[in-house]
Structure formats: structure tokens, C-alpha cells
Design a protein around this ligand. Structure first.
Ligand code: NAP
Ligand code: ZN
Length: 349
């Protein structure tokens, strides 16, 4: 016996989505079954469906920005009950025993965590993600979505939100700090909202003037339409830069924007390498860093902060038929600011 659910499936790399039934494992003692209401489209979904990061597992059901309600619980489940509003991000299991898991940093699990899709569970079976009506996950990997955040605006917080929250926390974004966010897309718009709510002075950096008014509405007080000239004019200004761009960036120019000892944190994962001059980091003793999603306790803390500050993602909701077209719009930078799939529109047969 297994659990059947309607899903959006890419049968092979870059193939258009088809709507059909897929199977999840039956509920284990520590598992919960979630009725998915909404799933965000992250640029990482596109990188993986198109094999821009290397070989992927097909058929693929992408989606790691999942918001819904608990439909059933296994016999040993203690954290969640039927009807609870929950979210699932990029991971659905980890060993739970290693020092990283014990520290709440499941993204660094020393025995290999299980990604929500394009991964394999500890049972060896491929994982299937959130572009579906249901998913089965280990209870530890579902977080509570507090009342006060609508499920559609909550879904993107599970990846876009936590991915920028984690470096903002680690690098001390807050009052007295000047933070720049490069790339105003799904991750970038959340970085602006969260950094502003944390009390930092925020500047949005985008490819054109088009998003200037939006950046202000999101909480930025500064804005740079990036050219070599405007970047040069803003040299030495920022304590922290969060780079969310999904394509390679002229890293030396952006390192130039930092104050001495400032940090530039890459969260964008283009398939090509960056070109970095040694002096761009050594001069000014700068930090060039990366950041990978965030752990489960940190994800819950981010959601609680968002509820307290009235923060959700700025979204466009689409139906299942519109996902292929939405991918093109994401790649073109034409989304303001996250596309969310209403999974009730997935139709099979
Ligand atoms: P997105 O919504 O497409 O936003 C990316 C933004 O980058 C665009 O809105 C655009 O901003 C800018 N951009 C795109 N192409 C560009 C180009 N050729 N030159 C300059 N700027 C460009 O993507 P996302 O979902 O936020 O994801 C962003 C990246 O983060 C992806 O590579 C994704 O895989 C990665 N990611 C990493 C993690 C992690 O754990 N580190 C987690 C999730 C996602 P403007 O229009 O403002 O210029
Ligand atoms: Zn993501």
C-alpha cells in the first residue's frame, strides 16, 4: 500500500510538466501526511529540472517551498496533529544523531540529509517535492506556520525566507549596519524585507531602474541600478552584501562595495564560476562567504519573526497549467516577487 497523490511531474530534463499521480510511502511511525495548499517556485527548481547543476533524478516533482495542513500522523508523532498549519523546506530527513543535527544544523548533516526532491530517502527511494497535493515527511522536518501568515505568502519563506535569514543573522544585520541585497527576485525581496525588519539600513541592487519603487515599498532606503559606474560610485559603503543572483556576477566590482572587513555572502548558485581577483578580497581584509539554506530551529525562528512583524512573501498565485510559462518568466526576471502554485488546480485524468 502507498499514498497516491496528484502532482506536476517533469519526466526528463527540461521536459514540460505533466499532471499525473505519484506515490509516497505509507506513513511510518514518525511520519506526517501533509495536504499541500501552495508550493513556491524557487529558481533552484529550474536549475534542477534543467540539469543546470549536473545529473538529476527523473521523473522529478520539484518544490521545496511547501505550505499546507497536516492530514494524518504516524503512531509516534508528537510535534504535530491533524489540522495543524505546517511548512516544509529543502530537507525532509537527516540522521538526527551527528553533531550538526544535534546542533540544529540539519543542512550540514554529516551522514547526508535527504533533500525534499531530486534526492533519495534513507529507504533508497527518490524523494518527490511540493508541486503536488500531498507529501509524506518525517515530523522533525515540518515547521509550524504561525497564525497571522497566510499559507500562500508563507510557502516561499520555507526556502527563500530561511536562505536569506540565516546569513543576515550570522553576519549581524541590524541597527547601525548597512546591508545591500543584490538581485531583487524571490530570495532578494525577502532579504530586503527581513533586513529592514531587523533594523538594518538596506539598499537594493538590481539590473535596471525598474524595481526602484518596489524596493522602497519592501523596506529599502537605498537603490542602485548596477552599472560599472554606479558600482564604482558606491565603493566602500556596506557592512554586508547578500548576493542572490542566479547568474555569475562581476564579483570584484561587488567586493569593492564593502567597507574594510565587510562580508559578501553568496546565496545564488549559478552553474558557472565566479572570477575573483585575490586583491579584491585581501585589500580591505574582506570576507567572501557562502550560505546554504538553514536548519530547522532557525527556520521556525524565522517564521515566528515573520508572524510577529507581519511579513510574508510578495506573491503571484498561478494554476498548475501555468507552471511552464512561469519558469520562463522567472528566468527572465519578470516575477514580482515569487510565483506560488495553487496545488488544488492540479488535475489528473
Ligand atoms: P529569482 O527569483 O530568479 O531571482 C534572481 C534575481 O537575480 C533576479 O530577480 C534578478 O534580479 C537577478 N538576475 C537574474 N539573472 C541575472 C543576470 N544575468 N545578471 C544579473 N542579475 C540577474 O531566483 P531565486 O529563487 O531568488 O534564487 C536565486 C538564486 O539563489 C538561484 O541561483 C537559486 O538556485 C539560489 N538559491 C540558493 C539557496 C541556498 O541555499 N544558497 C537557496 C535557494 C535558492 P534583478 O531583476 O533585480 O536584477
Ligand atoms: Zn529554493
Amino acid at each position: 500500500m502507498s499514498i497516491q497523490t496528484s502532482a506536476l511531474v517533469a519526466e526528463s530534463a527540461g521536459a514540460p510538466f505533466v499532471q499525473r499521480t505519484v506515490e509516497h510511502r505509507d506513513l511510518g511511525d514518525n511520519d506526517i501526511l501533509i495536504d499541500i495548499a501552495y508550493a513556491g517556485i524557487c529558481h533552484s527548481d529550474i536549475h534542477q529540472v534543467r540539469e543546470e547543476w549536473g545529473r538529476a533524478i527523473f521523473p522529478m516533482v520539484p518544490g521545496h517551498e511547501i505550505a499546507g495542513t497536516v492530514a494524518a500522523v504516524g503512531s509516534a508523532v508528537t510535534r504535530h496533529k491533524v489540522g495543524d498549519r505546517v511548512g516544509v523546506g529543502c530537507m525532509v530527513d537527516s540522521c538526527g544523531d551527528c553533531e550538526q543535527c544535534k546542533d540544529g544544523q540539519e543542512q550540514f548533516c554529516l551522514n547526508g540529509n535527504v533533500m525534499t526532491y531530486n534526492g533519495r530517502g534513507y529507504d533508497g527511494n527518490p524523494t518527490l517535492g511540493g508541486y503536488a497535493q500531498q507529501v509524506v515527511v518525517t515530523e522533525r522536518f515540518a515547521v509550524k506556520i504561525p497564525e497571522g501568515i497566510e499559507l500562500d505568502e508563507a510557502a516561499p519563506l520555507l526556502c527563500a525566507g530561511i536562505t536569506v535569514w540565516s546569513p543576515l543573522q550570522r553576519w549581524g544585520a541590524g541597527p547601525g549596519k548597512k546591508v545591500a541585497v543584490v538581485g531583487l527576485g524571490g530570495l532578494g525581496h525577502m532579504a530586503v524585507k527581513l533586513a529592514a525588519a531587523l533594523g538594518a539600513e538596506v539598499t537594493g541592487i538590481s539590473r535596471s531602474e525598474d524595481k526602484k519603487d518596489d524596493a522602497t515599498a519592501l523596506g529599502a532606503t537605498g537603490y542602485i541600478a548596477a552599472t560599472r559606474r554606479t558600482l564604482a560610485e558606491n565603493r566602500g559603503k556596506f557592512d554586508l552584501i547578500i548576493n542572490t543572483v542566479s547568474a555569475p556576477l562581476a564579483m570584484n566590482d561587488y567586493l569593492g562595495l564593502l567597507k574594510p572587513q565587510g562580508a559578501l555572502v553568496n546565496v545564488g548558485i549559478p552553474s558557472e564560476n565566479y572570477d575573483v581577483a585575490p586583491f579584491a578580497v585581501v585589500g580591505g581584509s574582506k570576507v567572501l562567504a557562502g550560505s546554504n539554506i538553514g536548519g530547522i530551529p532557525e527556520t521556525q525562528a524565522m517564521l515566528d519573526f515573520c508572524a510577529e512583524h507581519g511579513i510574508g512573501a510578495t506573491i503571484e498565485t498561478i494554476t498548475a497549467d501555468e507552471v511552464d510559462a512561469a519558469y520562463e518568466r522567472v528566468v527572465a526576471g519578470d516575477v514580482r516577487y515569487r510565483v506560488v502554485i495553487d496545488t488544488s488546480t492540479i488535475k489528473v485524468g
